[in-house]
Design a protein around this ligand. Structure first.
Ligand code: UD1
Length: 419
């Protein structure tokens, strides 16, 4: 099994280019089921999760042309044969596989999708997807680990208010409603940039979707959707992760190919921590910050502070000049990186949803274990500033969501290798 070894303490200087957003790309790939025509995607990150989604879609008879994957381009074409079963062996690798359910129901009126796996963070149920699809007329039963779904009379538009905000459930319903009969109104939707990117792609396929206010969207069902070409947005979580790397150890580190409008909410918070950066529309320049302020903050749905940045922020806050408190509101059990960071000399305690981060003078390299995607990158960040050698085990989590992390860091001066 691969491990990453880092010798900490090197300044990072040069340019890091940000990849396309995995979380935007996955639902857009699933949306290929909504049309028989070609979906040409560019700025597609070369990542394990994208490969897993390609396999899920291939098993459902989507032709996925990956011959230009090295240029970050793929083409998908749904052959619309009879297949509508997403098997356990594929779905268990990635929770986002559930995103094929809505499109399959809309096109085939039937789908059988294994209950998903994915990162081991909390219970992560799919009830919000199922309850909302049921309101459009779908019926469900659980059979030997598979969700068996059908909509014998097709899907029909409805008004749905999500009881809590969910990125995935919003995406499922957006896709299903594009081909439903009549008008669907969705209230209390997620408005993450990745959701908006899906809406833009669906619109370019011919869907009639209008965001009417902050968290409400209206979809007028259409008879068919068409092929399109779509450029995936830049990954805001990858961007912010490298901003933290730069704040910890940058010397004029440039981060390019960013979408400033998607990260400005978090950059405002970073400013209040004293992080030293400047930016223009598509790049950021960042230097090591001498003294960080401690902070009290909560993870929230966009435009709040993203749960996907919580682990990385914790590394930075362990170098602050005063105590910090983070409250994790989105996922239970998302503090599995804390014991590993503490083994490197951090001083973090967890009380329920709260993590209290006390300043620690220095981090010291150790052998640590990655437990999920964002936890693994937080250990890499810790390794970059730790004294001596850090060995990060189980880096397959990292490969699910960070494109070429070692070479991107190595190119700007980190001493990092994979063995
Ligand atoms: C997406 C992102 C993930 C990010 C998360 C929150 C993708 C592929 N993944 O995940 O990186 O951390 O948004 O920003 O885009 N929930 C239910 N029932 C459901 C669905 C969700 O209870 O049917 C709960 C979840 O357990 C969680 C909360 O709702 O507590 C938010 O989850 P959700 O927004 O759906 O996250 P994902 O779409 O899975």
């Amino acid at each position: 099994m691969d491990r990453i070894i880092i010798n900490g303490g090197q300044p990072l200087s040069g340019t890091i280019s940000i990849s396309g957003s995995k979380n935007a790309c996955l639902p857009i790939m699933a949306a290929s089921i909504l049309t028989d025509q070609n979906i040409n995607l560019s700025n597609v990150p070369n990542l394990e999760d994208i490969k897993t989604m390609s396999k899920v879609l291939t098993s459902l008879d989507v032709e996925v042309d990956t011959s230009k994957a090295n240029e970050n381009k793929i083409t998908l074409k749904y052959l619309n044969t009879g297949k509508s079963i997403a098997e356990y062996d594929l779905v268990r690798k990635m929770r986002a596989s559930i995103l094929v359910l809505g499109p399959l129901l809309a096109r085939k009126r039937h789908a059988s999708v294994s209950l998903p796996g994915g990162c081991a963070i909390g219970a992560r149920p799919v009830d919000l997807h199922l309850n909302a699809l049921a309101k459009l007329g779908a019926e469900f039963k659980l059979d030997r680990g598979y969700i068996e779904c059908s909509a014998p009379k097709g899907l029909k538009g409805e008004e749905i208010t999500f009881p809590t905000i969910s990125v995935g459930a919003t995406e499922s319903l957006l896709m299903a409603a594009t081909l439903a009969e009549g008008r669907t109104k969705l209230n209390n939707i997620a408005i993450e940039p990745e959701v908006i990117d899906l809406i833009h792609c669906l619109q370019s396929m011919g869907a009639k979707i209008e965001i009417t206010d902050q968290r409400t969207v209206i979809i007028e069902g259409v008879k068919e959707l068409f092929g399109t070409s779509h450029n995936i947005i830049s990954d805001r979580i990858e961007t912010l992760t490298y901003v933290i790397a730069g704040a910890l150890t940058g010397e004029n580190l440039k981060i390019e190919n960013i979408q400033l409008e998607h990260v400005s909410n978090v950059l405002e918070i970073f400013k209040s921590l004293n992080i030293d950066f400047s930016f223009n529309n598509s790049s950021l320049n960042i230097n090591k910050t001498k003294i960080f302020q401690g902070i009290e903050l909560e993870t929230r749905e966009y435009p709040g502070f993203p749960t996907d940045m919580q682990a990385q922020l914790m590394v930075l806050l362990s170098k602050a000049n005063s105590e910090s408190v983070i409250t994790e509101n989105i996922f239970e059990n998302r503090y599995m990186h804390v014991p590993e960071l503490n083994r490197m000399g951090a001083n973090i305690s967890v009380e329920g949803k709260k993590a209290i981060i006390k300043p620690s003078e220095k981090l010291i390299g150790a052998e640590v274990m990655a437990t999920d995607l964002r936890a693994s990158v937080s250990l890499i960040l810790a390794g970059l500033i730790a004294e001596g050698e850090t060995v990060v085990n189980r880096v397959y989590h990292l490969d699910r969501g960070y494109e070429q992390v070692e070479s991107k860091l190595k190119n700007v001066g980190a001493v990092i290798k994979r063995v």
